[in-house]
Design a protein around this ligand. Structure first.
Ligand SMILES: Cc1cc2nc3c(=O)[nH]c(=O)nc-3n(C[C@H](O)[C@H](O)[C@H](O)COP(=O)(O)OP(=O)(O)OC[C@H]3O[C@@H](n4cnc5c(N)ncnc54)[C@H](O)[C@@H]3O)c2cc1C
Length: 405
């Protein structure tokens, strides 16, 4: 069976479905293909701090309709002390099975967008050196040939499309941190929904409030600890119990399902496009999830690509449009990438002396009186190797009135 479409998108999760929505809006004939069926989960937690993308895609209300808590505070623990503050916009933590399904349903609401569920793309077709379509196969071995002006690889970090077109990689760094996570019911909550980050002995714990009474707990451990945690899932909770206040807060809590883990996530950029093909989402750029940016970055790339395609329609040559797409993409992704790599490489445990001094300084108001006026300069000086850090703090502070004095 043969089909002709404007764009075939391989992978129908956050990258693929968001692009299909944007192309559906402008009347493109789109075929989304995924080997998975939906709703279904994928290996991912789901901290989403840039909800404006969901609003722009027209799905925010439906995503939030699950009764998700709106989180606008963040608390970071350093050993047994913590600092906490408000954020300028709220965060939500929707399960991927729900988020991906809402996005996909919205995409399929456009007349000219179709979805093939449970079909795996196994080959690309070429017209001379130009990619011109794909062959997909279902679980019974039935095949389909789809011809398209553009093939989009939104097929995740181990992208088949990227492999087949031999998309070059740059800025690559091997996985640095094993990640484990699980869903818990009944953890004693804080007064207000708050994202909690635990920095403890070089490990990073994440507590993400979802619906009332449900939290997602995550843990990045040292590379050599992967096997130990994978073999003995009870170690996850035991470690959490050593974090400040968590032994008490976990007392009446229960794990729903299993602790899920991965030895780590690869870090790279791929060349985003070539003749007849383009990559978006994790297929184009993957990084450690500790900074919780992957989903937002996938949306950003879809918006950027839809804008590029519009320019092409208006007469700008494809080569020029794609060169601009790459520059804009890298400009937007690189700061978060550098911050993430810097963050996950700092695996050192603080010394007993450092921790003891911090604990007593944190509790002493006279210290804060002295330090607060100098904090911005200290941060600038000590993050000279990742200037994005100061820049991102300053950017958020503007929303709290920085510069209005
Ligand atoms: C442990 C972990 C925690 C994370 N936590 C967060 C977080 O808190 N916040 C955040 O923003 N990001 C997080 N991320 C990152 C986030 O999951 C990814 O950035 C995001 O899933 C990328 O979406 P995508 O649509 O590009 O790819 P994916 O979600 O990987 O989807 C790719 C799809 O392509 C399909 N596919 C692949 N090959 C084929 C084929 N040949 N034919 C048909 N279909 C195919 C797959 O079935 C899949 O459905 C986390 C990642 C991990 C691993």
């Amino acid at each position: 069976m043969e089909e002709y479409v404007d764009v075939v998108i391989v992978g129908a999760r956050v990258a693929g479905s968001s692009l299909a929505i944007l192309l559906g809006e402008i009347g493109k004939r789109v075929l989304l293909i995924d080997k998975a069926s939906f709703p279904s989960d994928t290996l991912s937690t789901h901290h989403m701090s840039h909800v404006h993308y969901l609003a722009k895609l027209g799905v925010l209300e439906e995503v939030e309709a699950k009764g998700l808590r709106k989180i606008n505070r963040m608390r970071t623990y350093i050993g047994d002390s913590f600092v906490e503050g408000p954020r300028d916009s709220y965060t939500i933590i929707p399960r991927r099975s729900h988020l991906d399904h809402v996005l996909l349903s919205k995409a399929c609401s456009y007349d000219r967008v179709e979805f093939l569920s449970g079909w795996s793309v196994r080959e690309l077709f070429y017209d001379k050196d130009q990619v011109s379509g794909v062959e997909a196969v279902d679980s019974r071995g039935e095949t389909k040939t789809i011809h398209a002006s553009l093939v989009v690889g939104a097929d995740g970090k181990h992208s088949n499309i990227a492999e087949w077109v031999q998309a070059g990689k740059y800025g690559a760094h091997s996985p640095l941190r094993p990640v484990f996570y699980g869903y818990y019911h009944g953890i004693e909550p804080l007064i207000e929904p708050t994202t909690e980050i635990f920095l403890n002995e070089g490990r990073i714990g994440f507590l993400f409030p979802m619906e009332p009474g449900v939290e997602c707990l995550g843990l990045e451990v040292h590379p050599e600890e992967f096997k130990e945690f994978a073999k003995n899932p009870a170690k996850f909770e035991e470690t959490y119990q050593t974090f400040y206040g968590m032994e008490r807060r976990l007392k009446h809590a229960s794990l729903q399902g299993k602790i899920i883990g991965t030895p780590g996530v690869p870090n790279f950029f791929r060349e985003p496009s070539g003749k007849g093909w383009i990559l978006i989402g994790d297929a184009a750029h993957s990084k450690d999830p500790s900074t919780g940016l992957g989903i937002n970055d996938a949306f950003m790339q879809s918006f950027l690509l839809a804008e590029a395609m519009q320019k092409y329609e208006e007469g700008t040559p494809w080569k020029e449009v794609m060169a601009e797409f790459k520059v804009k993409r890298d400009d937007r992704l690189m700061p978060g990438y550098r911050l993430t790599l810097d963050y996950i490489q700092s695996m050192r445990s603080w010394s007993k002396n450092e921790e003891a001094l911090f604990q007593s300084m944190a509790a002493n108001p006279m210290v804060w009186n002295k330090i607060i006026p100098h904090l911005p300069d200290l941060l600038k000086e000590h993050s000279a190797d990742v200037p994005e850090l100061y820049g991102s703090v300053e950017g958020e502070a503007k929303n709290f009135g920085l510069g209005k004095e």
